[in-house]
Design a protein around this ligand. Sequence first.
Ligand code: FAD
Length: 464
Amino acid sequence: MTEPINPVRNQLIEELKKSGFKNEQIIAAEESRACYGYDATRQCADPMLVLLPENGHQVEIALQLAAKKQLKIFPRGAASGMSGGAIPSDDGIVLSLTRMKRILEIDQENMIATVEPGVITGELQEEVSRLGLFYPPDPASLSFSTIGGNVAENAGGPRAVKYGVTANYVMGLEAVLVNGEVIKTGNKCIKSVSGYDLTSLLVGSEGTLAVITKILLKLLPAPEAVKTSLLAFPSMTAAALAINAMFKNQIAPSTIEFLDHHSINAVREGLPFTLPEEADTVLLVEIDGTSASVLAQSQKLKELFKDDALLMIEAQNESEREQLWIARRRLSPAIANIAPHKINEDIAVPRAAIPTVITRLEKLSEKVSLPIVCFGHAGDGNIHVNVMLDKNDPEQALRGHQAIDEIFAITLDLGGTLSGEHGIGNTKSAYFDKEWSPATIATMQAVKQAFDPENRLNPGKIFP
Ligand SMILES: Cc1cc2nc3c(=O)[nH]c(=O)nc-3n(C[C@H](O)[C@H](O)[C@H](O)COP(=O)(O)OP(=O)(O)OC[C@H]3O[C@@H](n4cnc5c(N)ncnc54)[C@H](O)[C@@H]3O)c2cc1C
């Protein structure tokens, strides 16, 4: 069946073309629009129109025209978001920033990269590493997610324990407001305290405050060496004590990933090494820095856990390092063997609360009779919690949702937060008022109102 004519869309297309948009930058056909209506949450919508701007000026034009017609705008990077942040509404315009993918400058003297939002994170990392520089944020999606999406979600990764998250590297932004005006925030100065810190406000704003069109990113000198070790412990408590012991003994790992016993059992078969049967928790630890400090810290690590760890393997070269990472990398596909579906959340708790949260989640798993698999970033308290179920069974689906309610309640009770890295989007907005008081939410809404008084920029996200 052909789609009915949409006069607003047709008029907008005409105006866009008059303003310099090429035909191939305007996606109006129903079947092509569908490719811009989903994200990694598997929700999908059918936006009214999709635009592929190629520079900041075209973003300004798109927002000015949308403002004239009071239309909603949905910014979008690679759509790898896990909280529905890039899902449009049927009457909205998707602004896909993927064609704005130039690395504009790598300023080696000041160690700052200036990039457009559509640059793929891993590609920037490769580019700067050729110059001996290092961009540390390492979301597992780095081979396909964009820097713009990383900034909008304040993405993090395994290296956050030592190097922090995306916010720690954004020095300045250029962004287009909902009325089409351009703002600049921050600069190349290491120290800058002139006025409100709008850069920090825009980082993690999930596309709800402005469309980011240029990003200044701090770079570091690349570490000279890295050493990877895998350690197995008989309990989560023993593993947590081990992490504390590392910090107390001046070992500062760049990564401490953990796998709980469900995760271990899911990947155990086919690993290039044998995990002891009694292993309840596995830690993957990376130490980086100068060769001398890496050597000294690795020796200390071996000395510290030679009696307590059930197994300790230290990679001697890059291929052995890859072998140790196999257990972690195989996890997502491997847990699919436990049940056909999963509901996954990325809660975060203060690091010391990890053993308590895991114990309480085990009790919850018994209560709802569904396996709950936990793995993630033990160094920074960010845990990927996966409730395994068959969603086609209505009874299991109900218990799954009950489990999610309780997971968030347990997390908040322990001083944690709904999301460590994936953001709130539209999947967690119903829980937002469980974490924040009415006054706090009203303050955030006042900020939203100041940037976007008509609620046209990525509406339906974050707020309940
Ligand atoms: C397999 C997999 C692994 C993942 N691992 C991690 C991980 O380790 N750590 C982590 O933090 N996340 C992870 N994610 C989630 C996701 O990759 C991140 O949230 C990422 O930052 C999203 O980038 P994107 O380019 O895909 O953005 P999108 O999904 O397209 O958009 C995300 C949000 O950003 C907004 N946005 C995008 N570009 C702009 C812009 N230029 N201006 C304003 N707003 C914008 C959108 O409106 C939306 O709200 C993972 C996802 C997958 C599928």
